[in-house]
Design a protein around this ligand. Structure first.
Ligand SMILES: Cc1cc2nc3c(=O)[nH]c(=O)nc-3n(C[C@H](O)[C@H](O)[C@H](O)COP(=O)(O)O)c2cc1C
Length: 407
């Protein structure tokens, strides 16, 4: 094992789940390597996993008791479920079966492993293994997508000879690839430690009366993904979020707002002390001059709505930024995307800008995926190919780290 990887693993607490598939025996190698690198490894086995390998194997290799029973005595359950989940810095689900993937995707908690993953706030890495047809089946792929969108990490299975006698995709990834992914996530968990990050997300609503408002189709998914990724990298993160039905992960402090003026006030309140600001919200540029306290009757409704400008949050943040704070804007454009984004970058004195399209094809609004172009300086440019927003968020934070010279 490389020195860098050993350093990333040494002294770190890792909770490893083992599922019931034919490759359960290979998980023993991973646990052994983690222990040799001086990680503190705790293993949970599903009932099916114990049909393939005994808990004794993992107990001997990890040097810790193996947890198998959710209905063990309450005191043991507390140690396993609450204690371990709190102590762990990373959860790794090895030899993840189609069944466990389905349970994780749907938030089921019917055994100790799935309950621990659901209760966990730390990054989760999943290494699936199954026969090719099961792997390619639509429900399995949909479950994986769902988990990826929530920020769960995967070590994709490899192709090769499978226990069922076929050759194809679905074989548990190589031990070295799994260890590399574990090392990467543990390193990542400290990459932004000490940083204070403020992110805005979602649309704003500008009310005409209690029943009508001006808004846009943003869901907040991109901003939430950025907040989640920064938190997973060890930053202390505050998210100022417009109306959205999406859940905000518990690792992120969330301030809910409705209007652009509320968002502006919340941002200015939380800006002091921040080292990074990311304005991913789709803030309404204008609001109605008049807002009625009661619903305007159809017969009395004006055909023309008079508008006035909202505060330009990102421009103000840029102007009043705390010393050393890096300011990142978003540009959602339908025309000449990059030209408009570059104008905004310069006009608002931003450190970089993330440009995305709002056309239906390749569009950003409301979509689960996004494709963006990151622009900085006079000519700096990076294209991030279409991918789930969690992955795009990681690419944006990687670029920010490179621009700040900390990666
Ligand atoms: C011999 C054998 C091998 C199996 N291999 C796999 C496998 O590689 N992947 C998988 O998803 N399921 C496999 N299964 C099915 C799982 O054991 C079954 O779905 C089980 O309910 C999984 O439970 P768990 O996810 O709680 O561990 C296998 C079953 C048998 C009998």
């Amino acid at each position: 094992m490389s020195g860098d990887r050993e350093a990333a693993l040494r002294g770190r607490t890792i909770l490893v789940g083992v599922c019931g598939g034919i490759a359960a025996y290979k998980c023993a190698g991973v646990v052994s390597a983690l222990r040799q690198a001086e990680a503190d490894v705790h293993v949970i086995m599903t009932e099916a996993a114990q049909r393939f390998v005994t808990p004794l194997t993992f107990e001997a290799l990890s040097g810790n008791p193996v947890h198998t029973d959710m209905f063990a005595a309450a005191s043991t359950w507390n140690i396993a479920h609450i204690g371990l989940v709190r102590k762990a810095e990373l959860m790794v689900v090895l030899n993840a079966t189609a069944t466990t993937l389905a349970k994780l995707a749907h938030g089921m908690a019917d055994n100790l492993l799935t309950a621990c993953v659901l209760a966990s706030r730390v990054p989760v890495l999943v290494a699936p293994a199954m026969n090719t047809q099961m792997w390619q089946a639509a429900p399995t792929q949909a479950n994986i997508r769902m988990l990826q969108e929530r920020g769960v990490h995967f070590v994709e299975p490899g192709a090769g000879f499978l226990a069922c006698g076929e050759v194809g995709e679905g074989r548990l990834a190589d031990e070295d690839d799994i260890l590399a992914a574990i090392g990467h996530l543990l390193t990542r968990a400290r990459r932004m430690s000490g940083q204070r990050v403020l992110v805005t997300a979602g649309p704003t609503r500008e009310y005409l009366d209690p029943a009508r408002f001006l808004s846009n189709p943003a869901t907040g998914r991109m901003g939430i993904a950025l907040a989640q990724e920064a938190a997973a990298r060890g930053a202390s993160v505050t998210l100022v979020c417009g109306p959205t039905e999406l859940a905000v992960p518990p690792s992120v402090a969330c301030v809910r707002v409705t209007t652009a003026r509320e968002m502006h006030a919340a941002v200015m309140e939380h800006l002091p002390g921040c080292t990074l600001f990311i304005g991913a919200a789709a803030v309404a540029d204008f609001r109605p001059v008049r807002r009625s306290d009661t619903k305007v009757k159809k017969s009395a409704a004006a055909r023309t709505i008079e508008l006035e400008p909202n505060p330009d949050i990102i421009a103000e943040v840029s102007l009043h930024r705390p010393a050393g704070c890096f300011v990142v804007g978003f540009a959602a454009e339908s025309g000449d995307l990059e030209a408009h984004a570059r104008e905004k970058l310069a006009a608002k004195n931003l450190d970089c800008i993330v440009a995305n399209r709002i056309e239906p094809e390749g569009g950003a609004f409301g979509s689960r995926d996004n494709a963006v172009v990151i622009l900085w300086g006079r000519e700096g440019r990076e294209e991030v190919a279409r991918a789930p927003k969690a992955r795009v968020a990681a690419a944006i934070l990687d670029r920010i780290a490179r621009l700040r010279g900390s990666a």
